[in-house]
Design a binder for this molecule. Structure first.
Ligand SMILES: Nc1ncnc2c1ncn2[C@@H]1O[C@H](COP(=O)(O)OP(=O)(O)OP(=O)(O)O)[C@@H](O)[C@H]1O
Ligand SMILES: [Mg+2]
Length: 313
């Protein structure tokens, strides 16, 4: 098996307050993948990233980044990692160029103005290179944070909610940038609250809830395994209740009795739809229209996290 570029083993974190933010997390990240970490507010995403980046100390567990233990071999490990933090700390008098260039030096790398220029151009910051950061807009400041994280050419890039509060255009730019980085072999781990972002970008998805990693799966497998399709039939006449003769399909009555909804697994080879429609015909139930819809990653995510709440309540 290929060695993972990042290996997280039995990682736990209790803050001084006593709050246990992470509980025995195990995760291996493959080189060159885009991994999306999803979870509700307070789930532990930023804590996990902060430990890997050496900002927060773990209570228990081991993290190996590109072969380097992040505690025993901190400097070597840290050089491999770039971080775009969730909180922007960019209200400085420094210029864009100085800040980004300085960031490279922090990691002990030799100056490389050509690289810095490339990064700034990729992020549409080249024209702004002489501007002070405090004079930039929020979206530009976020780009500066990304430029800083890329200045030392990391192998592993963490993006903690990179597109929170940015406009559609910048979000598209960032997606393109992230894909470009992946093509260069950079491994990317991002957190997001925009499920469609994970759906669009990720190769694999991890879901974290109350400090526990409750699921790690290839995106495609996840959507196939947990995804459902819905067939919605818009009825000619509204119904008060689902006839007993349709009991075997476990239908749901929606839209004040105007719609019948049938859910089925996307993984199934054949469905019960023809039989359902035949039986409806026999019963004289007419419909005006029908359509099918595939559940999105958002549906899957919501059902996972809410099932979880139910289970622990
Ligand atoms: N420095 C700290 N001291 C005490 N508790 C903390 C600290 N930082 C985070 N926590 C707590 O740890 C838990 C996990 O927080 P974390 O920031 O990792 O969540 P998150 O998944 O990143 O959430 P969000 O989606 O809101 O960014 C939360 O309950 C939070 O209040
Ligand atoms: Mg966070």
């Amino acid at each position: 098996m290929m060695m993972p570029v990042l290996s997280i083993q039995n990682l736990s974190k209790s803050y001084a307050s006593g709050l246990q933010a992470l509980k025995g997390v195990n995760l291996e990240i493959r080189k060159g993948e885009i991994f999306a970490l999803l979870g509700p507010n307070g789930a532990g995403k930023t804590t996990l990233i902060s430990i890997v980046c050496g900002i927060v100390t773990a209570s228990e567990g081991v993290v190996i980044a590109d072969g380097h233990d992040i505690v025993r071999d901190y400097r070597a490990a840290r050089t491999k990692i770039g971080l775009v933090p969730q909180e922007l700390a960019t209200d400085t008098f420094e210029t864009v160029w100085a800040t980004v260039n300085f960031s490279r030096g922090l990691f002990g790398r030799a100056p490389d103005p050509a690289h810095i220029e490339r990064v700034l151009r990729d992020l549409s910051l080249w024209e702004k290179r002489k501007d002070r950061i405090m004079t930039l807009s929020g979206g530009m400041k976020r780009r500066v944070m990304i430029a800083k994280a890329l200045a030392h050419e990391p192998e592993i890039l963490f993006l903690d909610e990179p597109t929170a509060g940015v406009d559609v255009e910048l979000r598209r730019d960032m997606w393109a940038l992230v894909r470009g980085l992946r093509e260069k072999g950079v491994t990317i781990i991002l957190t997001t609250h925009y499920i469609e972002e994970a759906e669009e970008m990720a190769d694999r998805i991890g879901v974290i809830s109350k400090g526990e990693l409750i699921l790690v799966e290839d995106k495609a497998t996840l959507m196939k395994k947990l995804g459902k399709k819905q067939l919605t039939l818009q009825l000619q006449e509204p119904m008060d209740a689902i006839p007993a003769a349709l009991g075997q399909w476990q239908l749901a009555l929606k839209a004040n009795g105007n719609e019948l909804e049938y859910s089925f697994d996307t993984g199934e080879d054949h469905t019960e739809i023809p039989a359902l429609l035949r039986r409806m015909g026999e019963l004289g139930i007419a419909f005006k229209d029908l359509n099918t819809r595939q559940s999105s990653l958002e549906d899957i995510f919501v059902s996972l996290v809410t099932t979880r709440k139910g289970a622990t309540a």
